[in-house]
Write a protein that binds this ligand. Structure first.
Ligand code: NAG
Ligand code: NAG
Ligand code: NAG
Ligand code: NAG
Ligand code: NAG
Ligand code: NAG
Ligand code: NAG
Ligand code: NAG
Length: 826
């Protein structure tokens, strides 16, 4: 056996000596005086990994690296000279007699500068992807190993290490970009300042934290199918910790890796032999709550709620009505100070990703009860929980001062006990009492009302004989006049209910065009032959009345080619109708998201539609007598007339701004997922710039033929359409966004490119960076130089929420999508 190996070695040695540099040679072991030349590779014994020189298409930047031998496209897992590419294709990698690896090209890189003597160094690439230098062929004594110098890839068997005193010393660092392996902005390390947690950092700033280790894994890591074949472990020594994972023995053939990408996100990939491609099984961040301290201190983040942030019980928001989407960074403060005596108690939160632990304290041998006692004893202790959740839980973990980066985590969430003053316990009881009192009050009120009504009915039934009530229509006209204040000239026609009832064939189902939360939309034909669309508000919808008045009031004053025209309204008892001009071509979503219908809209038409919507919005924002924020700009609210001219419709949520008012805040966030700007969805603050955001989404949807909501980037599943467009943009291949059915000939692509850029400018995270709509109109005309867009808001996909917005004409489905509307302040 041994002699066989030596023979092999000899063959290789001989081969190396006479080899021409152009031959591709696989080899297993390297000793001093042999080198790996530009075209040679070193292969692990089972053929899993391969090491050698490679480049990214620029032959004057050569790297020595390790990749999977039989996976294409080539997936690099480690780069030796990542910060120092060699200029020269005559470069070689040599193993010195001291056991150092050196790339010889003016000696730009070496693994170490040792002065070890009496060693017989041998270099091997192991099947784990570890490049090792051993002291002698069969020795276990490693002189050096690449696993001690991780790059951006975390392989099974690799360890990330941190010293309790000096901090992390073995950790991942991202590449600068996909074609530059130099050390980039982000690091992925184990933070041992308190109880160990994994953090992703940019400089000294944490961008993501997993929360503490819980015995199985880090608290915030989602438990998914990878845990069936991976065993994660965090080992403590006297000096520090070491974190790693192994594939379980039953799944020896599993090829998996975790990569820290240049943007600081992580992706766990699993190689699929069947598909011959990587499956991404786990990514971070997956939503807004994963941005470190997204909601600031003493709050809890829940990405299923809107706003996503909520103060913990006993705390109140420091939030002020401001633009900044990161306003929650101020977090929450205590309503009442802790009394620090025995009156304090703990509220049990369950299903939680634990807060970050850099200022925590722990003890393995304490029970949960002892943990509580200990926490109560120290006034700055604010929360506690079990250290280890295995076997029913053990150990004690304490937090001091602020609670940061806590979120709901349905998938294996944990418990945490948050300290509250006695008064909060009291308040709970008070609240219940209050509710009881309220209920009693309501009952008494109801009784009074019933009695009152009975008397009234009795009285009216007596007096109604012989008395003629005024015609309802007249009464209404007066009230509308009041409502619309001196807007008499643009007063809409008041229709008789019966007229419309006839026109719509008694609101027959066959005439129905759509249905939404407010009610239904029917097609009708007036006696003079004019076709109309009638929005009939449902009788039960109380909110509808508000929106109805709003819509009539607004529409009566507005006239623009790109706004749908209100012909009139009707209000009779509890029937409320809005009568619009009929749009034979339905709405934009009907065309752009459908491959067949999409063919009817070539690029020229699409550009006209984009420009039309922009002009309609410009009229709303600044050219009409009022400043109007639509608040629900989306493709299903863009109707198309006979000539495919776009008309903005559905003003149920619109708001009028006075004079120089720039923004407003609401506790009642209503709109449509996928189109709402972050500052509106999260903080309820809206302005012309939130409409601009929605417009930007529409532009990207028109170009790509895909819905923002529900779309997943094929390579980065957590990215939605905006994220996808942004990724293509920064990877400098924006034209790949264009839907296949669109002709992207060179002449058009200049125009399309400009539109993509305008779209991205409109959806930027910070509203102040977004152009106003009049600039957008100029930009689309090519009359304005385009600035560079920055990162979009909400570019991370929402998880699996069904898109309930249907594509019917005239519908007002905003309230339909109540899943996202948050009513009233909490
Ligand atoms: C290896 O190289 C060293 C100096 O670089 C030389 O002294 C030694 O003789 C060489 N060994 C063989 C086997 O060629
Ligand atoms: C290749 O890399 C060298 C050195 O970094 C650089 O100067 C050169 O511009 C690059 N060439 C190309 C075509 O990117
Ligand atoms: C390439 O490297 C070799 C040896 O390392 C050196 O002799 C040669 O001058 C280099 N060539 C260039 C173009 O830098
Ligand atoms: C070894 O020494 C060389 C030259 O002094 C230096 O460029 C290189 O960075 C050193 N390598 C290490 C790993 O310290
Ligand atoms: C997981 O790894 C730990 C530590 O290396 C070990 O004690 C444990 O038995 C492993 N679990 C399984 C299921 O292999
Ligand atoms: C906390 O709540 C969970 C779930 O309701 C429950 O199982 C657990 O026993 C509670 N813990 C304490 C200490 O009350
Ligand atoms: C943990 O608690 C136990 C029991 O109270 C105590 O004996 C031990 O010293 C504590 N350990 C540390 C590190 O404080
Ligand atoms: C409370 O805990 C903090 C943080 O561990 C510590 O600095 C402080 O001395 C403790 N106070 C008391 C009274 O034990």
């Amino acid at each position: 056996m041994k002699s066989q190996q030596i023979l092999m070695l000899m063959i290789y040695t001989t081969f190396f000596c006479f080899m021409s540099t152009s031959s591709h040679q696989d080899t297993v072991t390297i000793t001093p005086n042999h080198s790996i030349q530009y075209h040679d590779t070193l292969v692990s014994s089972a053929g899993t990994f391969e090491a050698g020189f490679f480049d990214f298409g620029n032959s004057s930047r050569q790297y020595f690296g390790i990749w999977y031998k039989s996976i294409s496209p080539r997936t690099i897992v480690w780069v030796a000279n990542r910060n120092a590419p060699v200029q020269n294709s005559t470069a070689v990698l040599k193993l010195t007699h001291q056991g150092d690896l050196v790339i010889l090209d003016g000696r730009v890189w070496s693994s170490s500068n040792s002065s070890k003597i009496e060693v017989k160094p041998v270099m091997q690439l192991l099947d784990s992807g570890n490049l090792v230098v051993k002291d002698g062929e069969s020795s276990e004594n490693l002189l050096w190993q690449s696993f001690d110098y991780p790059g951006d890839t975390f392989l099974p068997g690799m360890k990330l290490k941190s010293d309790f005193v000096t901090g992390p010393y073995q950790y991942l660092t991202s590449w600068r970009d996909n074609e530059d392996p130099a050390e980039g902005e982000f690091s992925y390390k184990i933070d041992t300042r308190g109880f160990p947690q994994q953090v992703t950092t940019s400089g000294t700033t944490i961008s993501y934290s997993t929360g503490p280790w819980n015995g199985y894994l880090f608290s915030g890591v989602s438990w998914d199918r990878m845990h069936r074949f991976l065993n994660f472990s965090l080992e403590f020594t006297n000096k520090g910790v070491s974190y790693g994972y192994e594939t379980l023995k039953s799944s020896v053939l599993t090829i998996t890796m975790l990569k820290l990408n240049p943007r600081g996100g992580t992706e766990r990939s699993l190689w699929s032999n069947k598909k011959q491609s990587w499956d991404i099984v786990n990514t971070h961040p997956i939503d807004q709550c994963e941005y470190f301290a997204a909601c600031g201190v003493n709050s809890i983040c829940n990405s299923d709620d809107l706003p996503i942030c909520e103060c913990l019980q006993g705390f109140t928001s420091k939030f002020q009505a401001k633009w900044d989407p990161h306003d929650w960074s101020a977090g929450c403060v205590r309503r009442t100070k802790l009394s620090c005596d025995n009156g304090d108690w703990f509220k049990n939160y369950t299903g939680i990703k634990l807060p970050e632990t850099s200022s925590s304290w722990f003890n393995r041998s304490l029970s949960l009860e002892e943990c509580e006692t200990l926490c109560l004893r120290n006034c700055s202790c604010t929360a506690y929980t079990n250290l280890d959740i295995r076997d029913g839980g053990s150990g004690c973990l304490l937090w001091f001062d602020g609670i940061v980066d806590m979120r709901t985590h349905t998938n294996r969430g944990q418990e945490i006990y948050i300290r509250l003053p006695f008064s909060e316990r009291d308040q709970r009881r008070n609240k219940r009492d209050l509710n009881r009192k309220r209920l009693a009050g309501i009952l008494v009120g109801l009784l009074a009302l019933i009695i009152g009504l009975t008397i009234l009915l009795w009285a009216t039934s007596k007096s109604i004989k012989g008395m003629k009530l005024p015609k309802p229509v007249v009464k209404k006209a007066i009230s509308w006049k009041h409502m619309m204040e001196k807007e008499e000239d643009s007063l809409p026609t008041i229709f008789d209910f019966s007229t419309i009832d006839v026109a719509t064939n008694h609101f027959s189902n066959r005439n129905k065009l759509g249905e939404g939360g407010f009610g239904t939309v029917h097609k009708g034909t007036l006696i003079n032959g004019q076709e109309i669309a009638v929005k009939r508000l449902s009788k039960t919808s109380r909110q509808g009345t508000e929106e109805f008045k709003n819509e009539v009031k607004l529409m009566a004053t507005l006239q623009h080619r790109n706004l749908v025209k209100l012909l009139g309204c009707s209000i009779q008892q509890d029937e409320k109708l809005l009568i619009y001009e009929f749009m034979p071509n339905r709405s934009l979503d009907y065309f752009i998201f459908d491959t067949m219908q999409g063919k009817l809209l070539d690029w020229t038409k699409r550009l006209e539609i984009i420009e039309g919507i922009a002009r309609g919005l410009m009229y709303l924002h600044q050219d009409s007598r009022l400043k109007i924020i639509h608040r629900d700009i989306k493709t299903s609210n863009i109707l198309l007339d006979n000539n495919m001219i776009p008309k903005i419709s559905d003003f149920g949520l619109a708001r009028i701004f006075g004079g120089d008012q720039a923004e407003e805040k609401t506790n009642r966030v209503m709109g449509t997922y996928g189109y709402m700007s972050p500052e509106y969805a999260v903080h309820g603050s809206f302005s012309t710039k939130s409409d601009v955001f929605s417009f930007g989404v529409i532009v990207i949807e028109i170009i790509s033929g895909r819905k923002n909501r529900g779309f997943r980037d094929p390579h980065h599943h957590f990215l939605n359409l905006l994220g996808h467009a942004w990724r293509l943009w920064i990877e400098e291949r924006p034209l790949e966004l264009i839907h296949d059915i669109l002709d992207d000939s060179a002449a058009l692509s200049v125009e399309i490119l400009r539109c993509i850029q305008v779209g991205l400018l409109c959806v930027q995270q910070n509203p102040e960076n977004r152009p106003n709509i009049s600039s957008v109109v100029l930009m689309l005309n090519g009359e304005k130089l385009l600035p560079k867009p920055s990162q979009p808001g909400f570019y991370i996909g929402e998880d699996n929420k069904a898109d309930t917005g249907s594509s019917k004409q005239y519908e007002s489905c905003s309230v339909n999508e109540v899943s996202m509307s948050s009513l009233g302040a909490r």
